[in-house]
Structures are given as C-alpha cells and as structure tokens.
Design a binder for this molecule. Sequence first.
Ligand SMILES: Cc1cc2nc3c(=O)[nH]c(=O)nc-3n(C[C@H](O)[C@H](O)[C@H](O)COP(=O)(O)OP(=O)(O)OC[C@H]3O[C@@H](n4cnc5c(N)ncnc54)[C@H](O)[C@@H]3O)c2cc1C
Length: 348
Amino acid sequence: MTETMQANKRIWVYLEQEEGQAHPVSWELLGAAQRLAIDVPGSVVEGVLLGDNVAHIAEEAFHYGASRVYLIDDPVLGVYRNLPYGFGISNLVQKYQPEIFLVGATTLGRGLASVIATRVQTGLTADCTELTIDPDKKILAATRPTFGGNLMATILCQKQRPQMATVRPRVLPTPQPLPQASGELIREPLGMSEAEVAVKLVRFMPADTEERINLEYADVIVSGGRGVGDPAGFKLLEELAGLLGGVVGASRPVVDAGWVSYAHQVGQTGKTVRPKLYIAAGISGAIQHRVGMSGSNFILAINSDPQAPIFQVADLGLVGDLYQVIPELINQVKSVQPSQPEQGGQHV
Ligand SMILES: Cc1cc2nc3c(=O)[nH]c(=O)nc-3n(C[C@H](O)[C@H](O)[C@H](O)COP(=O)(O)OP(=O)(O)OC[C@H]3O[C@@H](n4cnc5c(N)ncnc54)[C@H](O)[C@@H]3O)c2cc1C
C-alpha cells in the first residue's frame, strides 16, 4: 500500500524525550492512540521521535504499541528548541499526513504542539482529559474542562488535519509494555543546519531540588489544603509522606498563600496525579482539585466536615480534625515499620 493510500489513517504520538530519556507521557499517549485505533478501522499507531542519538527510544515505543516510528536524528536537535523541532515535525506531517496527532501537555509539549498546529494550519485542543472517536463522524472527540473547570467541552476538528490534542501526564493510564513487540523505524532528514537556528543554549540552570519533586509520578502523595491552617502544619504532612516514601501535595489556595511552592499543587491548574495512595487532609474537594487526583488508586480523605465533597471520591473517609488524625496515622505507620529510615519525603 502506498503512503498516500494510508495517509488518512495514521494516529501519531509525539515521543517526547529529554537528554535521551523518554517522558512517560509518551507511553500514556500510545495507550490512548491504541484505544482510538479500535474505532478507526484500518488505522495505525505511529510515533514521531526527534533528538540526537535517540534511536533507542523507538525500541521502547514499539513495546508500548507503536507499529512504526519516524525518527529525525540530528545534532541540531541535541537540546530542545522550538524552531528545529517544529520545522522537522511539520515537514513530517506534511509528508505523511496523519489523521490524529497527540502530544503530551508538558511544558515542552505545549509549546511544540502549538508551533506545529500553527505551521500546518490545523486545530489543537489543549489539556484534554478524555479522547474518544465520535461515533457518527468517526473523528476525534477531544474533551477538556472549560469555564473554570465547571463544564466539560467536547471539541471536534472537522475540516483541518491532523486533529491535534495535548493531554497532561498522568491523565491517562500507562499501558503494559510488550517486550517482544517490534516495529519499523523510518529515518528522515531534518533539513536544517545549526546556522539557521537563531536561538542558542548558553547555559542550563536546573531548578532548586525543592522545585523538582516528581509529584506526577509519585506512588504516595500526602496533600494538604486550607484546613491545615498555616504553613507550619505542612511539617506534619511532610513527616507522614516521608514515612510512606511519598511526597507532599497541596491545594491551590495554600500555594497561592505561599505556604508551599507551586511544584506541589494538584488540580486543574496544577499537576494531575495517579498515585497508589492519595491522602487529602483539610481539602474540601472542589472540582478543580478533584480533576487532578480522582485517578488515584486509593484516596483517603481527612476532613472535619462530614459533608465535604472530597468524601464523594474517597475510598476511605475519616471525619475529624487532621491534627488528631495525622499524628495517629504517623504513630500507626511507625509501629508497623519501626526501623524504616525516613526517605523520599520532600521538604516544602
Ligand atoms: C480556574 C480555577 C482553577 C483552579 N485550580 C485549582 C487547582 O489546580 N487545584 C486546587 O486545589 N484548586 C484549584 N482551584 C480552587 C478550587 O476551586 C478551590 O477553591 C480549592 O481547591 C479549595 O482548596 P481547599 O480545599 O484547600 O480549601 P477549602 O475549600 O477552604 O477547604 C478546606 C477544608 O478543610 C476542612 N478543614 C478545616 N479545618 C480542618 C481540620 N482541622 N481538619 C480537617 N479538615 C479541616 C474544611 O472542612 C474544608 O473542607 C481553582 C479554581 C479555579 C476557579
């Protein structure tokens, strides 16, 4: 079959990488692409990979469900810059004409997706929470919160192609990798030299350790809200998180108040998380908070108000004062792991 005959059936996923390491959102999107492919007969799930010496990531992508990976491997792509990445991918889009193109809504992905959409003149639905295929039109139905998170809007891109969408890390589950799976690697040239890129990386300064907590991929999160009362109260949450090998999360008002940094914020304007255990202490459970944590495996809510909406999504609810409940939890955890060193807790 020729490239043109297949052109309308490609479901593409951008395989985001930094320093030769794939971002896990790429695998989450490959999982979503495979689910979409079920409802688009004859479609294929493919990855798009750019970087310098990154071919090993294509192998990983095959394990997560890509049947083919388009690779542009070039020293110009050694560090991420909008121009060469946007240029290279837009050329691939024009050549292979995918039907759907999914990109992770990471800091990098948000910028890149809008550059591509602008270059190829198509629509982009950002920060989607659900991706399906419209049963009648057989096109992508991209759902995202709107009006401050109070409504969900489903957006269709009816005329332009590809239909582009970004999804934040952890909104979608990670598929099980199949280590035996393989696929086809197609190398393409970048067609741009370093001299043509005006932006140069002069120096890279990593954020403070405090800011680099891996909230999105933490297995245990102990989150505090306005009910914690003051910044000092977060020391208690930090102690529990440390004992459980987890990190501290927070609702938006406590971030806005400067009690903890933005890196800890869970919710619509913060991070989306999917830990094995999410403890919400003194958090009412507003929809804007819940959209960021309702995918957690097990939710324990501690709140003095039995009517608090957080209890609607909790697997276990404890009605009470967090200043009584959390010290008791700390004692209980210590009693079952007396010699466990405190590790992994994040300082706030
Ligand atoms: C566009 C937009 C985006 C937003 N994005 C986010 C976001 O990303 N993340 C987010 O969290 N919010 C977000 N919000 C804010 C959100 O609407 C809520 O205002 C916020 O989540 C409430 O935070 P909270 O639960 O900490 O505070 P509150 O709603 O004030 O709740 C405090 C809770 O603590 C309980 N409590 C008090 N004392 C104790 C105690 N001693 N022990 C136990 N419980 C106690 C109370 O009963 C209450 O339920 C957003 C809002 C908008 C409009």
